[in-house]
Design a protein around this ligand. Structure first.
Ligand code: PMP
Length: 462
């Protein structure tokens, strides 16, 4: 049936009804999909653009899911993947088996990451990477005779994925409320409490800070702290300068491991190869996915310090009982190697850094023209602004007004894809276009955002 649909003239109505009947979408209202069918059906991608089945061309303003960093339709990727598939599409990495793409990729990553983050374990995505980090770290403490170190501290508004541990580490209620019970031993601190992390106990937020939680729970029960260098799904929240350094110091002070979740920020998104480089911090464990292959094939990795691997080797000769069938998938590794080559050869990290000023300039224009816009921010090629009923006093809109969703819908009508972040009463609009995006294209994104805001603001004032 599939082949008929693709090879014969595409019957769009048929595709829509088949989607409704047979496809359960991720992170989508099942009710709305059953009422309206799919939002868009894409058929092609080229550069920063996606084309739908009606031949309408959209700007992919979020790099799809913050991942298609090198842009769509790169023939080099097709060739690299096809060559590897022809040679060795898949082989296992269990029992110590190996192959050249995984060895080359592990070595390549070691040359890119800061400090002695030189040893990689591979997964198929971000959730699996974080899940692996939690298990590996708990195993590490157990082998070191500190089995009571089980607790993981995350930040509110942090996002770490949708498997049990990763959801439990996530600090966004909507994800946690999905099921009736989450995994034990995950705690959440208020994000970005720099003063508290530096030891200011007089701050009213002290008890909710990472330091406050460590002192309350007892440092010898804490396995790790996990945080994104820049929060992505939580609304593109950039920590104040000194914050990551303070968390690093805090972890060192209490002998706790620090995990940087670089699933979005890794491989250039923030204008540095890794987000932590913006603040010169070296975590103990760094998790990546998305930008490692620009989404051409699914791949994630957990990169650990060489000293941790050496300790693990020293502490036990038992099998490390953790591995996915697709850990170190040869074709995915070949895709990653080609993707990284493109990111380096085309100076895409530098481009991301340069485009930050363009995004900020555009957002300042939006702020000057639109009375609802405030709290503009950007780092590299990721940026956000917030919408308020009364921005001077930071009075939010009623959630029932669905303001951010309406802005996003108006953008969709004008063929720009951006994402709303709407929890805890906020109306945040986030953008993260591919790392190949140029100045003119940022200009077009800003123009469309402005048109969309004009329409929605008119409706609100009426
Ligand atoms: N961590 C972060 C920071 C993410 O943004 C995401 C995905 N948006 C994940 C983890 C989970 O990755 P995946 O969807 O590949 O499991």
């Amino acid at each position: 049936m599939n082949e008929n649909i693709i090879e014969e003239k595409v019957d769009i109505q048929k595709l829509k009804s088949l989607d409704k009947k047979y496809y359960l979408h991720p992170t989508t209202s099942i009710h709305q999909q059953q009422e309206n069918g799919p939002t868009v059906i894409f058929k092609e991608g080229q550069g920063i653009y996606l084309t739908d089945v009606y031949d309408d061309v959209y700007i992919d303003g979020l790099s799809s899911l913050w991942n298609v960093n090198i842009g769509h339709g790169r023939q080099e990727m097709v060739d690299a993947v096809s060559t590897q598939m022809g040679r060795l599409a898949y082989s296992s990495s269990f029992q110590g088996f190996s192959h050249d793409p995984v060895i080359c990729l592990s070595q390549k990553i070691a040359t890119m990451t800061p400090g002695d983050l030189n040893v990689s374990f591979f997964t198929s995505g971000g959730s699996e990477s974080n899940e692996t980090a939690f298990k590996l770290i708990r195993n590490y403490w157990k082998l070191k005779g500190e089995a009571e170190r089980t607790k993981i501290i995350g930040l509110n508004r942090g996002y770490h994925g949708i498997t049990m541990g990763a959801t439990s580490a996530t600090g966004i209620a909507q994800f946690q409320n999905m099921s009736t019970a989450n995994a034990p031993d995950f705690l959440h601190a208020k994000a970005f409490q720099l003063d508290c992390e530096l030891g200011d106990k007089s701050n009213p937020n002290y008890r909710e800070s990472i330091r406050g939680i460590i002192e309350k729970e007892g440092a010898d029960t804490i396995a790790a702290v996990i945080l994104e260098p820049v929060q992505g799904a939580g609304g593109i929240n950039i920590p104040p300068d000194g914050y990551l350094q303070a968390v690093r110091q805090l972890c060192d002070e209490y002998g706790i491991l620090m995990i940087a979740d670089e699933v979005i920020t890794g491989f250039g998104r923030t204008g540095e190869m890794f987000g932590v480089n913006n603040w010169g911090v070296v975590p103990d464990v760094l998790t990546v996915a998305k930008g490692i292959t620009s989404g051409y094939i699914q791949l994630g990795a957990v990169i650990i310090r060489e000293t941790i691997r050496d300790e693990l080797a020293e502490l036990s000769s038992d099998i490390f009982f953790h591995g996915f069938t697709y850990s170190g998938h040869p074709t995915a590794c070949a895709a990653a190697l080609k993707n990284i080559e493109i990111v380096e050869n085309e100076n895409l990290v530098v481009n991301a850094k340069n485009m930050e000023a363009e995004i900020l300039k555009g957002f300042k224009y939006l702020e000057s023209k639109h009375p609802t816009v405030s709290k503009i921010r950007a780092i590299g090629l990721m940026g956000a602004f917030e919408l308020f009923a009364d921005r001077a006093n930071e009075v939010p809109f009623e959630p029932s007004q669905m303001v951010a969703q309406k802005v996003v819908q108006e953008c969709m009508k004008r063929k720009l894809i951006v994402r709303p972040v709407i929890f805890e009463g906020s109306n945040i609009i986030t953008i993260a276009p591919p790392l190949i995006t140029n100045k003119e294209q940022i200009g077009t994104i800003i123009e469309i955002l402005s048109e969309a805001l004009t329409v929605v603001e008119k409706e609100l004032i009426r």
